[in-house]
Design a protein around this ligand. Structure first.
Ligand code: NDP
Length: 263
């Protein structure tokens, strides 16, 4: 039996155990997936090893720490310095990122997305905005404070803090902050957010399982929106493919994992 876990702080809200355990059970894979509440990201590697895990997912706020914890980084994670999936291979921790492709999967119904505003400058923002650039989109990052914007600026992104936010039309506005996850905050002050959403075509929230203030405001303004459920599904399917060592078809994992959303 292989053991897997999700690391985060908070982590109690995570649906990942339900999703992965349902796939393991339905496809008769000998695996079990649990939650680990980790406060200190620098303890990630030793905790992973002491629990005897075969793999893990990493959520807020440890994705950058997860990048540091790995012995080797593969694929898109290398480009963004952010890891959400770890696999143990020959005693080494291998880091991947499945969030960005999961998000692209989730917005496939949104058409003609050329100009995007990403709210937030954490690990998820980094992964999504880098992926958007690969898709040739015009990307601006809006964050409440300057510090995390510096690395985006260095990478050539247009960046704004709340004080210098400019109201422009965007095809898509994405909330990648944790505002609304455990509280009722908007990801940016309402005086900025309302006009931005009024001029946008679509909005999406990375948070899933609840109607966040960001999504409520989007609905009030009749905007076509998505919460983070499909992103969660997309990243989960790709992570499960690593956990189960590519022995099932992605479509099969997706079909079974989707069932767990109706529990
Ligand atoms: P990080 O901790 O790396 O980044 C958090 C960002 O949110 C920072 O830019 C921070 O700003 C900003 N922020 C935090 N609180 C507030 C607030 N009250 N108001 C405005 N801005 C705020 O987080 P992650 O990137 O790892 O995750 C972000 C969110 O995305 C989480 O809610 C997570 O659950 C969700 N997520 C969902 C996924 C899915 O599959 N649906 C996958 C990945 C993430 P500052 O720099 O000023 O501190």
């Amino acid at each position: 039996m292989k053991l897997f876990a999700i690391f985060g702080d908070p982590v109690h809200h995570s649906r990942s155990p339900l999703m992965h355990n349902h796939v393991f059970k339905t496809l008769s894979f000998k695996g079990c997936y649990t939650r680990v509440h980790l406060k200190d990201g620098t303890k990630l590697k030793e905790t992973f090893l002491s629990l005897g895990l075969s793999g893990a997912n990493i959520t807020v706020p440890h994705k950058e720490a997860a990048f540091e914890a790995c012995d080797e980084i593969r694929g898109f994670a290398k480009k963004v310095g952010v890891v959400n999936t770890i696999i143990k291979e020959d005693g080494k921790l291998i880091g991947y990122n499945t969030d960005a492709d999961g998000f692209i999967f989730s917005i496939k119904a949104f058409k003609d997305i050329k100009k995007v505003l990403v709210i937030g400058a954490g690990g998820t923002a980094k992964a999504l905005s880098t992926r958007f650039i690969e898709e040739k989109m015009d990307v601006t990052i809006l964050n409440r404070s300057q510090t995390r914007l510096l690395s985006f600026k260095k990478d050539g992104f247009k960046t704004q803090t709340w004080e210098h936010a400019s109201i422009e039309p965007y095809d898509l506005i994405v909330n990648t902050t944790s505002a609304g996850l455990e509280d009722d905050n908007y990801p940016a002050p309402i005086e900025i957010l309302r006009p931005l959403l009024q001029h946008a075509s679509y909005s999406a929230d990375a948070i899933y399982g609840k109607m966040t203030p960001f999504l409520k405001l989007s609905a009030e303004l009749d905007l076509v929106s998505k919460d983070g459920a499909d992103m969660l599904l997309g990243q989960g399917v790709l992570a499960n493919d690593y956990f189960t060592q590519q022995q099932y078809k992605l479509e099969e994992i997706e079909r079974v994992m989707r069932e767990s959303f109706y529990f």
